[in-house]
Design a protein around this ligand. Structure first.
Ligand code: ZN
Length: 677
């Protein structure tokens, strides 16, 4: 059978791939990968880079490529058959991948090579790959005696099972809750769109009235706008106590997962789980991540106290001196009232300036100016749906066609929600001429009556964000596949994406594309000014909230001791309490539904700080553009050369230093948020 999944072709033949290709392709590629891994361990004689690490890179290349293509199609063009085939293939592939660091002959071959003169003389990316591979194998238990290896494997299996159960409990308990209001006057304050959605939600369930759920699009407008405090309280309490009662009680799972993670870390020689996870991140150690969070906390605290006092005062202004202190279900509500009073600015007014096609063209144009790449329509590329458009990415410096990208902007039933970038094809070893392929997916409203969807400013940022990831992927010049593009440390990967968002806030760059859909005029000064000021509104409170999650996460994965600290849910609540504008109720059990930390064996565990870390990096990096020219090709090309093209060929801290000439500083982020001085 001519199976398109067996080739790493460019362009990818998306139009020819069917669900019944999956099983035979995965069978064949699993066998091929297995044999290739075995061959590395079986060879005798002196070992070289190419027949150990090089061979290991190649061993799973075709298998991983096929899985990425299948996974992509499952996200954008799923069918029951494709989903079934993918779900069947995935555990088999994971099993092979997870077994690689525990393959004894392979580990002996790598160790033998690592001790050779050739290995000791390595420099640059190859030396880095060797060091990281040896460390990774050790973290996975390659060096342990058989009994401990067995224990480690058992821990991994239990973690995988428990974290999956955690995610299902969160989902099920979220879906199990509803609040139906049949008394319309009680909906006062709620915007029409939220009212209509609640009406529809009730109708779908065959109920009269308005139905609210614990999905964010339903509960968020209630807490932000609804006048009736009793309803807000009810929704808030349900929201923060999800997954804390049978049959979906996640609290015992949290305790068990923490214990297993701690045991795992100690088995492979680390003080705690955070040190284990962070070793290859930019932060390197739990202590440095913690110091970062504490520092940001200390610099935000006074602004946070001021914002909280101001909100309380605003409530007294509205309701008189006897107004009660703010409860947690009051904060978003009064904050929204204060925002309206202070800015009288409705972000909806900006939408006509952000027609989707203009935004996309604007993002391409800015990438052209700073990174020197041109996007040319590529109509002959095979795609998975007629609304998908393909573009060639051409390097203007050399005139070379370096990548093919696919823009898939509109929702479809068979497509996941949200926006994302998927780097489907990256150049491998010895493939200097190969092109990268990547996808920019979004879910914007399709044109109605010939009129293009008008985006909210936040969606404009999302388009720029995902194009930033795509540039990281497409501009990679790394010779080794495992160091290409976005395969960098977790706390570094958002720098190339977040940096591009900055061009959505500057007059000079906005004027290139943000034009009114009717008259074509640029955004009026007063409107842009209001948008900029709204960025700093209650910024300390937003930052404290993130820091609270980061503090709880790091504390749970470093200092938490069940014998001394008792219930981990209460322990985490105490950590978050320091960053909440109102005292948290005793049933607050946010971590019982905190999927970031517990829905995956690793996920964001010990890594929640990365959100703020990446913001610090992008705000700091942007200062060089601001200083030397927002659209300066010289600065853009320097960023491209020192960061985007390098992928993981060097330590991210070193890449950063080469572009900025120094280590990252917190100042620019604090300034951007109005939290300095
Ligand atoms: Zn991102």
């Amino acid at each position: 059978m001519d199976n398109p999944l067996l080739q790493r072709d460019f362009p990818i033949p998306f139009d020819r791939i069917r669900a019944d290709h999956v099983r035979p392709a995965v069978d064949a590629l699993l066998a091929e990968s297995r044999a290739a891994v075995d061959a590395i361990g079986a060879a005798s004689g002196p070992r070289t880079f190419d027949d150990t690490l090089g061979a290991l890179e190649r061993a799973t290349e075709r298998l991983e490529h096929a899985m990425r293509v299948i996974g992509h199609l499952e996200q954008v063009a799923t069918t029951p058959e494709l989903r079934e085939a993918y779900n069947e293939a995935q555990p088999r592939v994971s099993e092979l991948m997870a077994g690689i660091p525990l393959d004894e002959p392979l580990w002996r071959a790598i160790e033998r090579y690592a001790g050779s003169d050739e290995a000791r003389a390595l420099t640059g990316p190859k030396a880095r790959l060797l060091r990281k591979t040896v460390a990774e194998f050790k973290r996975r238990g390659a060096d342990l005696p058989p009994a401990e290896k067995k224990r480690l494997a058992a821990i991994d299996v239990e973690l995988a099972t428990l974290t999956l159960k955690f995610a299902q409990n969160t989902l099920d308990s979220t879906n199990a809750w509803e609040l139906v209001i049949d008394d319309e006057p009680r909906l006062r304050g709620l915007p029409d769109s939220a009212r209509a959605a609640a009406r529809e939600s009730a109708a779908k369930k065959g109920k009269a009235g308005w139905r609210f759920t614990l999905q964010a699009p339903s509960w968020a407008p209630v807490l932000t706008h609804l006048d009736d405090a009793a309803i807000r309280e009810q929704v808030y309490r349900a929201q923060v106590s999800r997954a804390t009662a049978a049959p979906w009680d996640n609290r015992p799972i949290v305790a068990r997962v923490l214990a297993l993670r701690a045991e795992k870390a100690r088995l492979v020689g680390y003080r705690d789980f955070a040190d284990l996870v962070l070793e290859e991140r930019m932060a390197r150690t739990a202590a440095r991540a913690r110091a970062f969070v504490d520092d940001l906390f200390a610099r935000t605290e006074a602004f946070f106290a001021r914002e909280t006092a101001e909100l309380q005062a605003f409530r007294r202004e509205l309701e008189g001196p006897g107004a009660p202190p703010l409860a947690p279900w009051d904060v978003a509500y009064y904050a929204e009232k204060l925002r309206q009073a202070r800015y009288r600015f409705d972000e909806e007014q900006l939408r006509p300036y952000f027609a989707f096609e203009r935004v996309l063209a604007g993002a391409f144009e800015i990438a052209r100016r700073i990174y020197g790449v041109r996007f040319e329509p590529w109509p002959e590329a095979p795609v998975w749906h007629e609304s998908v458009r393909a573009f060639k990415v051409v390097d203007e410096r050399e005139g070379a066609w370096i990548a093919g990208i696919y823009v898939d902007p509109y929702p479809r039933e068979e497509k996941h929600g949200g926006a994302w970038m998927d780097g489907i094809l990256a150049r491998g070893q010895g493939e200097a001429d190969r092109r990268h392929a990547g996808v920019l997916a979004a879910n914007v409203t399709p044109p109605v009556g010939g009129k293009d969807a008008a985006l909210a400013h936040a969606d404009v940022e999302t388009v720029f964000h995902e194009l930033g990831h795509l540039m990281h992927h497409c501009l990679s010049r790394a010779a080794l596949r495992s160091q290409a593009g976005t395969r960098v440390a977790w706390d570094f990967v958002e720098l190339p994406s977040q940096i591009l968002e900055n061009w959505c806030w500057e007059r000079e760059s906005l004027d290139l594309f943000a034009r009114h859909e009717d008259g074509g005029e640029a955004i009026p000064e007063a409107m842009l000014d209001a948008l900029r000021r709204s960025r700093t509104f209650r910024a300390a409170s937003a930052q404290m909230r993130q820091l609270g999650f980061a503090l709880a996460d790091l504390s749970l994965h470093t200092e938490y001791d069940p014998a001394r600290d008792g219930d981990p849910v209460a322990f985490a609540r105490r950590a978050m309490e320091r960053t909440s504008p109102a005292p948290l109720p005793p049933e607050h059990a946010m971590i019982a539904s905190f999927d970031h930390l517990f829905a995956d064996p690793v996920g964001y565990a010990a890594g929640y700080y990365s959100y703020k870390w990446a913001e610090v990096l992008d705000a700091d990096t942007f200062t060089r553009f601001r200083r030397e020219g927002l659209l300066s090709p010289a600065v853009g090309m320097a960023f491209r050369r020192e960061v985007l093209e390098r992928g993981d060929e060097d330590d991210p801290a070193e890449l950063f230093r080469r572009f900025m000439g120094r280590d990252p500083e917190l100042g620019p982020l604090l300034e951007r948020l109005g939290l300095s001085g």
